[in-house]
Write a protein that binds this ligand. Structure first.
Ligand SMILES: [Fe+2]
Ligand SMILES: [Fe+2]
Length: 151
């Protein structure tokens, strides 16, 4: 675990420290898990899947795309104009925000834009995006059905 945390800090330390990412600590994702913690957990899961399944991946892009995949920067539980289609629309919103705040490469852009496949019907283009799709769903399931939340 410590190895994954080191890798995330190495490649995504600037993202974690950013105002946008810090604001994710106020937004709940699933259960009592904040969007910040969810994104961090998804980055860990991406690295874990890549290692355990022996899937070669660009680690820097894998970490950065995972940290930013839900960078939509609002609380989707709060009824708000434009957020009623959250499940369908948030990947696009996250990509717009992430592109505004960070320099993204093609892999990172694809990861963020396609992470809701198959709900968003365009399939992932890169193996890093496929890893993220799987990691995100595993983490979401675990968060939804876990009795415990992070504080
Ligand atoms: Fe998402
Ligand atoms: Fe997510």
């Amino acid at each position: 675990m410590i190895e994954y945390i080191r890798t995330i800090n190495k490649y995504g330390g600037d993202i974690l420290a950013s105002d946008g990412m810090q604001s994710e600590k106020r937004f709940m994702q699933h259960g009592r898990v904040s969007t910040y913690d969810h994104s961090f957990d998804v980055a860990v899961m991406c690295l874990r899947l890549s290692k355990k399944l022996h899937i070669r991946a660009d680690k820097r892009s894998l970490v950065r795309g995972a940290l930013l995949h839900d960078y939509y920067l609002y609380d989707w539980h709060t009824p708000h104009d434009g957020h009623d289609m959250h499940a369908l629309m948030h990947a696009r919103c996250a990509l717009d925000n992430a592109s505004r705040d960070f320099a993204l490469n093609d892999i990172e852009r694809d990861m963020i834009a396609r992470h809701m496949f198959p709900l968003n019907i365009t399939p992932p283009k890169y193996r890093e995006s496929v890893i993220l799709c799987i990691a995100d769903k595993l983490c979401a399931l675990s968060e939804t059905f876990s009795k415990r939340g992070k504080s």
